[in-house]
Design a protein around this ligand. Structure first.
Ligand code: SAH
Length: 243
């Protein structure tokens, strides 16, 4: 029996931003092949007044506008499906991770609520038990690009989307380490700085065991140097605390 399609829904004030970059390359092909489906729904459709108002001034004062709870809630109710996770993109959310992407990809799909302005009325988050997710410690102007980021991560993990299914297992974050450096032809290359750079000898040795060992060493080095936070977590997890 065919696997059921992975269903993504995005609620946005700018639905025409979708699929955007997700219509290209791997994700776009998978979309056309029916591996996943994406519907972007305009939150403004659920506005109740003549002016199609979706936002209002914050209680307590302050800058900016807040997305109205009644309108956003009606939109969520119209598209939510029981059993499908409901997320709100938000800079104060739980950092999105490769592990969460794997969980989502293994499930039926996701509903992504894209904020705009200063954000959304807190009561909608509570009432719908929205999972707040952040894509990084910076502030975007809206949730759409963050939602696309989440979708891109999930879709490439769906069965049949990536050419080489094994290629995910050694990627950054999959086992708490960053990736090793890559090289391809030509084996000797002169850059714009005039320096001739060779491919590391070991990679052309044909010795698979040595190559694997070299790659693991590079992964450890790079992780330790660039991401001491990941490195510390890994040391704790593997019980090899540094002296
Ligand atoms: N006033 C908010 C920022 C609002 S930005 C604050 O100070 O935290 C407007 C919208 O962009 C947010 O509602 C959210 O949906 C989206 N957004 C901005 N940065 C994001 C991030 N790092 N991760 C996920 N969504 C983000």
């Amino acid at each position: 029996m065919a696997r059921p399609m992975w269903i993504a829904k995005a609620l946005s004030l700018f639905p025409e931003m979708f699929p955007g970059p997700l219509g290209e390359s791997l994700a776009g092909k998978a979309l056309r092949d029916g591996v996943w489906e994406l519907s972007a729904v305009d939150i403004r459709r659920f506005a109740k007044d003549r002016h199609r108002t979706v936002d209002d001034a914050p209680f307590g004062g302050g800058a900016g506008m807040v997305m109205k709870p009644d309108v956003l809630s009606a939109a969520i109710e119209a598209v939510a499906v029981p059993g499908v996770p409901k997320m709100l993109l938000s800079p104060r959310g739980t950092p999105f991770s490769q592990a969460r992407a794997r969980q989502l990809a293994a499930g039926p799909g996701v509903l992504l609520v894209c904020g705009r302005f200063e954000g959304v009325d807190e009561r909608v988050i509570e009432a719908h038990a929205l999972e707040e997710v952040s894509v990084g410690d910076f502030v975007l102007s809206g949730g759409e690009i963050a939602a696309m980021t989440v979708l891109d991560c999930c879709v490439r993990l769906l069965p049949g989307v990536m050419g080489e299914p094994a290629s995910a297992s050694e990627e950054s974050f999959e086992d708490g380490l960053l990736e090793y450096p890559h090289y391809t032809r030509p084996a000797s290359w002169t850059g714009p700085d005039g320096i001739d750079r060779q491919v590391p000898e070991i990679l052309v040795s044909g010795h698979h065991g040595k190559v694997a060992e070299w790659r693991m060493k590079r992964r450890e080095e790079i992780t330790r140097r660039r991401r001491p936070d990941l490195w510390a977590r890994r040391r704790t997890a593997t019980g090899t605390e540094e002296k």
